[in-house]
Unconditional design. Sequence first.
Length: 241
Amino acid sequence: MTSKRLTGILLIIVPVVFMSLFSLLGVTFNYPTILREPTDTVLTAYQQGGLTLVLNWYGMALSAFLLIPLAILVHKNLKTAAQDNPVLLIATMFGVLAGAVQFLGFIRWPFMVGYLANTYLNPAATSTTRESVDLIFQSFNYYAGVSVGENMGYLLTALWTILIAVTLFRTARLWSILGIISGVGILLGILEPFGIEAVGMVSAIAYMAWAVWLVGVGIYVLRRIPQPAVNTLSAPRKAVA
């Protein structure tokens, strides 16, 4: 499999897997709305989700992590058209960091949150233990979730998307424009912690557009793969009597 073909396939698979798992979390775990609920509600719902929910969070973490090799492969395949373009290099740096921070935000769920849920809901747990778990959970929720996973994830993903879209403007104008629009929409998500709640919906819609953009760029990359030349050797001519 060539590097270009692998890039195109990942550009299609990663957003499809990510959005499918995200939608599944919304149905089975009421995510992300549940993050605004009290600790007791979140941890109870998490424990009731069982192994299926744990695997769902593993899948979310893995799909976020795949953004790292994806950003590197996109850089490698666009570099031929823009040799040492500093914009492309900066974009790749943002893409790698975006994958890393979102992975760190998601991976806390199958490990730390599972442990906290078992501790909090243990019948032998004292009120002091539950208060401690509540403090730890909310602290990590704001740090690893809101700050690192969401805010930094929004910022870095948006910057990667916008810069890659800019490099595509001359060769794939439609996908370039969609990338810029979805990137700006995702970027607005960083304003939600400041009390502007409406941007949460805007960011959610922008992420759906972002998934479509990735698939479109993947198709664009696959279509640019040179087709093997057809051997059209002519048959030997018959000798003239």
